[in-house]
Ligand binder design. Structure first.
Ligand code: NFS
Ligand code: SF4
Length: 653
């Protein structure tokens, strides 16, 4: 197998020592990983990369020649604008549906819990339950918590359909923004509705005006951010606890050489929460001891890991590109998966070891894995069964093949909106004051995935570092949070890395300059916080010195997030090119004209140093427009980011 990406060196693939060691081991042993498969795909299709291919009907597939020499229209007559917009629309719908269906699973469990039909779930945060109920108009007087939960579930279940015509949490949006959405006709009406309507509109012969399609794309994204994702976050908080600052550890060093190691991978906290409880069961711990292990160690991967870290301080093994590499440690008894971002390849890698891959969601089965169908009704019992399977696998571990690289790095998590406001004394005012005074210039949400086309984590941490150095508060979720954790940006001592203003605020509060706000669905926390800041300042969100960034995104969910963040008024910088460059009109709209429509737009900038500069200029511009002290950002990057050129990008037609 050729490894042209690597130039013989794994250091161009990832900046992390644990990952480098495991990729080296995989190569020595001929185990295929994501980087090998990316190589094997070269050159990737240029039409697809530009968004210019369509297979939405059987008159096709069709493609448009970007150089104007071949066909300019598909068989039906769709041109580049229509095809690119339709493809993007479907991408947003897929991402939005993923988050929202996860939200539905949480909501259905919450509803079942309120009826007493579950085992292992309870109301962990009653105060939040009552607050949410009040927010959406559910009476709480003289009712017990179960009754309130039941009524709240009823209201939120309606958000998925169309009966009420709008979403329950829409009142969190500043009035000015709501009015803007109403004028543009992009107020989300129902979560499922917007997604279904996008599939309808992008069927052959329906919405053939790219602007109209893209506006609906924003509405579809909004149904995720202020709908499905927000329901997932808020109800998870009620059932599993609202995160508070908590210390944990990160990287493959969190695995224990002498313990049964179980990695929870995927997104939904429903399963992982009961697994963590089961792993503490004295009977199962004793069983592990009887087989020679000293205990049971549960660790997280990707967003399930973020959910567990945020609420329980469970150690985090790694982000997206670590899911195959953790298997190569030879120290994992079981990887338990639910859904999303789980590479089918883990089954093949696991076959080289004793590791059990256990799938749990009936909507996400993996050929070759062991399926244990999970349902909340029997949550505790199923969790015990799964942990027992993992313990049993310990007897098959080949101790000579165990190699746990690196030692863990400390990281702090748990910065829910409630926790941030709590640290500030209960109101956003101190943060608003610090921003107004210029002590903190603004805030940027650095979010999203890893992508093997880029050196793993490099963009996340370079961008974040340059922002905090310049007094910009960084909020992180998803795999970006894990990257920053590994880099040591998420301990209170990291305040020393920040500029003097941000440093003083962090030191006064005892918090890191990079705040972990949770999993990807928890980007709903970011927009909730943005709305609270806007209300505190009495302006719309787009006026605030904020930005979003998804430096290493890969997933359709990231596109949905970008859409709702921009539609909410926060300009977002992408580090990986979306498949839109086949239509100059679509690019002009998303990277330009949109600013005049929703007060925010997309920017594509793969170089983290340039992205940091762009964002700082953007933030200072917003400060100027608000009449706050501002500075001209002139300084170039201090030094070029090592190896920041994309790997495996630049496919040609
Ligand atoms: Ni978000 Fe989480 Fe990671 Fe990307 Fe995947 S785990 S939901 S999509 S890869 S951040
Ligand atoms: Fe081709 Fe039009 Fe069918 Fe797409 S919808 S495959 S462009 S004929």
């Amino acid at each position: 197998m050729s490894h042209t990406n690597g130039n013989g060196s794994t250091r161009r693939l990832t900046i992390n020592k644990d990952a480098q060691a495991m990729i080296d081991a995989a190569r020595r042993e001929g185990i295929e990983t994501v980087w090998d498969r990316l190589d094997a795909q070269q050159p990737q299709c240029g039409y697809c990369a530009l968004g210019l291919s369509c297979r939405n009907c059987a008159m096709g597939p069709c493609r448009i020649d970007p150089f104007g020499e071949g066909p300019l229209k598909g068989v039906c007559g769709a041109d580049a604008d229509v095809i690119v917009a339709r493809n993007l629309g479907r991408t947003i719908a897929a991402g939005s549906s993923s988050h929202s269906d996860h939200g539905r699973d949480i909501l259905e469990t919450f509803a079942a819990m309120s009826r007493g039909d579950t085992a292992g779930y309870e109301i962990a945060d009653e105060a939040k339950l009552l607050r949410l109920a009040g927010e959406v108009g559910v009476p709480t007087e003289g009712r017990d918590a179960q009754e309130v939960a039941k009524a709240l579930a009823d209201v939120l279940l309606d958000d998925y359909g169309t009966r009420r015509g709008t979403l329950s949490f829409i009142d969190r949006v500043p009035a000015e923004r709501r009015a803007l959405w109403a004028r543009l006709g992009i107020t989300p009406r129902g979560i499922d509705r917007e997604n279904v309507e996008m599939l309808h509109r992008t069927h052959m012969g329906v919405d053939n005006d790219y602007v109209n399609t893209l506006l609906h794309g924003l509405r579809t994204g909004l149904s995720d951010g202020w709908g499905g994702s927000m329901i997932a976050t808020e109800l998870s908080d009620v059932m599993f606890g609202t995160p508070k600052p908590v210390m944990s550890e990160v990287n493959l060093g969190v695995l224990r050489v002498d313990q049964v190691n179980i990695a929870m991978h995927g997104h939904n906290p429903m399963l992982s929460d009961v697994i963590v409880a089961a792993a503490e069961d004295p009977e199962l711990v004793e069983f592990a001891r009887s087989l020679g292990a000293t205990g049971i160690n549960v660790v997280g991967l990707c967003c399930t890991g973020n959910e567990m870290l945020m609420r329980r301080g469970v150690p985090m093994a790694g982000n997206h590109l670590m899911q195959e590499l953790i298997l190569i440690t030879g120290a994992l008894e079981a990887m338990v998966v639910d859904y999303q971002c789980i590479m089918p390849s883990i089954v093949d890698v696991a076959k080289c070891y004793h590791t059990q891959i256990i799938s749990t969601s009936d909507k996400a089965k993996f050929t070759g894995a062991t399926h244990v169908s999970f349902d909340a009704e029997h949550g505790t019992e199923i969790a015990h069964r799964i942990v027992r399977m993992a313990v049993e696998a310990y007897s098959d571990r080949n101790h000579e093949r165990v190699r746990i690289p690196d030692t863990p790095v400390r990281m702090m998590g748990g910065f829910s909106v409630e926790a941030i406001l709590g640290a500030l004394g209960g109101t956003p005012k101190p943060l608003v004051d610090a921003i107004a005074a210029g002590t903190i210039r603004g805030a940027v949400a650095v979010v999203g995935c890893n992508n093997p086309k880029l050196p793993q984590d490099l963009e996340h941490i370079e961008l974040s570092r340059r922002l905090i150095e310049n007094d910009v508060l960084v909020l992180v979720t998803g795999c970006a949070a894990v990257a920053n954790g590994k880099a040591g940006h998420m301990v209170p001592e990291a305040a020393a890395m920040a500029g003097p203003g941000l440093r003083s605020v962090c030191e006064a509060l005892g918090i890191p300059p990079v705040l972990h706000m949770g999993s990807c669905v928890d980007n709903s926390r970011v927009i909730t916080l943005a709305a609270a800041l806007a209300d505190a300042l009495g302006v719309d969100i787009d006026k605030l010195p904020l930005a979003g960034a998804a430096p290493e995104w890969y997933s359709e969910k990231a596109v949905a997030i970008g859409s709702y963040v921009v539609a909410s008024g926060i300009t977002t910088v992408l580090g990986v090119q979306p498949a839109i460059f086949g239509s100059p009109h679509v690019v002009d709209l998303l990277a330009g004209g949109l600013d005049d429509v929703v007060g925010a737009k997309f920017v594509v900038e793969p170089d983290p140093a340039e992205a940091a500069l762009w964002i700082r200029r953007h933030i200072e511009g917003k400060r100027r427009d608000l009449g706050l002290p501002w500075v001209e950002v002139v300084s170039g990057p201090a030094e070029p980011a090592p190896g920041s050129a994309p790997v495996g990008a630049g496919a040609g037609v």
